[in-house]
Design a protein around this ligand. Sequence first.
Ligand code: ATP
Length: 211
Amino acid sequence: MCLKRLDIQGFKSFGDRLSLELNPGLTVVVGPNGSGKSNISDAISWCLGEQRPTTLRGSRMEDIIFAGSDKRKPVGLAEVSLVLDNTSQIFSLPFNEVSISRRLYRSGESEYFINKTPCRLKDIQALFMDTGLGRGAYSIIGQGKVDEILNSRPEERRSVIEEAAGIVKYRHRKEEAARKLSSAQQDLDRISDLIDELAARIEPLELEARG
Ligand code: ATP
């Protein structure tokens, strides 16, 4: 999978529109401390659906909207788009390029898009499942994350390995199917109770009808 372009506007320190073309190979972002390097990886995590402001180093989600600088006024909305290569059909969509966008207004309203078509966060999460790029997946390894993975409990480490092995999608489907089965079982139990209840009334009603 190859990330081709990253467009950021109004996100954290990026008051002006920034369009980063990422060519094949390695891209390195260099800059002094506090110049906003980590804001680029935050933008990627956020666009992929990150819901926890603390993971994005803020306290409320609104903190990610550009709050203004000496030269520029604050803005009312943040938007980040990722353009990914899909020539190898890693995403089951019939396009050679897939773009994912997320928008947040100061009012708190949030929007997600796949190829510029509005969608739900759930659709984006489903698209990235098992690709290694979804929220909490292993594609974004921040400072201290390697240590965290090595020192994590076996079941936590298992989730990283399962994502890499590409079986998360199937585990999710299994859990969803189990939930549906349990709800169907509850319906069946209810129907069976009703049948018992009605069956008990047949005889007295029959007697009543004859008499
Ligand atoms: P490090 O090398 O320590 O990771 P960095 O170069 O990655 O640092 P960041 O910590 O990512 O820098 O960037 C912090 C910069 O982003 C600060 O200058 C901060 O003022 C700016 N910033 C963060 N959120 C906003 C916002 N909502 N509006 C404007 N500027 C913001």
